[in-house]
Design a protein around this ligand. Structure first.
Ligand SMILES: Cc1cc2nc3c(=O)[nH]c(=O)nc-3n(C[C@H](O)[C@H](O)[C@H](O)COP(=O)(O)O)c2cc1C
Length: 378
């Protein structure tokens, strides 16, 4: 087997094995991509304090997210179109996550549906919700997640309008896809991907097609999707969602202390400090740079998770050091998935767990709960 030593190795394989339009969909941010790049770069600036001659035996990186035991402080973040990176990608990722002992989050805009994943998974997963204009459909979606046994609802708060990614426009990645000669040729140049895709459960948004009025098929889905983003969404809608859901609620997309306080008082059991992986407001700061002010504002009132730019277990460790209760990863596991399916996601998780564990030991600590700002050189 090819030596895979880090997430970057998986990224290279992902790029090689996946048609350009789907690879680019993952490896892109909005406008100039400065926030996308900053998310990663900001972690590199945080220097770690090495300790020596400390007993580093018997270490543990186990913790809890929403009361659920996790084998390391992370969860797979919701990512749309995961089923285009690898055949039935959502199911593959969910299986890898449950075997590894971390939560998997299914996007509203997934290819496999809630029911597809529930049928294949043996543990509850989390469902991510966008509030769209068609509230009757959204209500049904929440209830579908509930009856599929999802154990948390992640309400994504930062996509009531859409950031622009130049690569997706150039590649024709829209609904329906505007296939250019270049995209079709590029897909044909990935015969193994095409072959695998022949056994796909679906090729379009499984949670939507056939469930929303006006989105019965591919043709009408395009029109429906174009009209569904709802710029009016506000904190009042959270109450409505909570009443229907009546379970653990996570609010994702928080980037300042004011919104963190509002999310906590709206009853979020956890918040995700997130700029959508640099895909929405370009020019927003790196998430790790706003984490400390958010921690000061709401620590103890709600769980605080952070995502964006985490590519190593060391980055997770730095996030915990700055006060996060846990993290989420997006592209790091997508690269694993696009490289090798379920085995690639497992590999990504193994690599990051090992990096986290060794970093903790180098810093003289044995338990994830002891990680704090003292490991960062100020
Ligand atoms: C390709 C792609 C698709 C995404 N789709 C969704 C989505 O459907 N819902 C959502 O809440 N967040 C979505 N996100 C954001 C992720 O949940 C997460 O916030 C982000 O990936 C974290 O940054 P990272 O990829 O650098 O780890 C998406 C991110 C990527 C890269």
């Amino acid at each position: 087997m090819i030596d895979i030593t880090c997430i970057e190795d998986l990224r290279v394989l992902h790029e090689k094995r996946t048609p350009r339009m789907f690879y680019d969909y993952v490896d892109s941010g909005s406008w100039t991509e400065s926030t996308y790049r900053d998310n990663e770069a900001a972690y590199r600036k945080l220097k770690l304090k090495q300790r020596v001659m400390v007993d580093m035996d018997n270490r543990s990186i186990n913790t809890r997210m929403l009361g659920e035991q996790v084998s390391m402080p992370t969860a797979l973040a919701p990512v749309g179109l995961t089923g285009m990176q690898w055949v039935n990608g959502e199911i593959q990722a969910a299986k890898a996550a449950e075997k590894f002992g971390v939560p998997f989050s299914l996007s509203t805009m997934s290819i496999c549906s809630i029911e597809d994943v529930a049928a294949a998974a043996s543990k509850p997963f989390w469902f991510q919700l966008y509030i769209m204009k068609d509230r009757a459909f959204i209500k049904k979606l929440i209830l579908r997640a509930k009856s599929a046994g999802c154990s948390a609802l992640i309400l994504t708060a930062d996509l009531q309008i859409m950031g622009q990614r130049h690569k997706d426009i150039r590649n024709g990645l829209s609904v329906p896809p505007q296939m250019t000669l270049g995209s079709v040729t590029n897909i044909a140049m990935h015969p193994m991907w095409c072959l695998r895709m022949l056994s796909a459960k679906r090729y379009q948004f499984g949670n939507v097609i056939g469930h929303a009025t006006g989105a019965e098929n591919l043709k009408t889905l395009a029109q429906w999707s174009a009209e569904q983003l709802d710029p009016t969404v506000n904190w009042e809608d959270v109450k409505w969602v909570k009443d229907i859901w009546q379970g653990p609620l996570v609010i994702k997309g928080i980037m300042c202390a004011e919104d963190a306080l509002l999310a906590a008082s709206a009853g979020a059991e956890a918040i995700v400090v997130s700029n959508h992986g640099g895909r929405q407001l370009d020019g927003a700061p790196a998430t790790i740079d706003v984490l400390p002010e958010i921690v000061r504002a709401v620590k103890g009132k709600t769980e605080i998770w952070v995502d964006g730019g985490i590519r190593t277990g060391q980055d997770m460790f730095r996030a915990m050091a700055l006060g996060a209760d846990s993290t989420m990863i997006g592209r790091a596991y997508q690269h694993g998935l696009g490289a090798m399916g379920e085995a690639g996601v497992t590999r990504a998780l193994e690599l990051m767990a090992k990096e986290f564990d060794l970093t903790m030991a180098f810093c003289g600590l044995r338990d994830v709960h002891d990680v704090d700002e003292r490991v960062i050189i100020q």
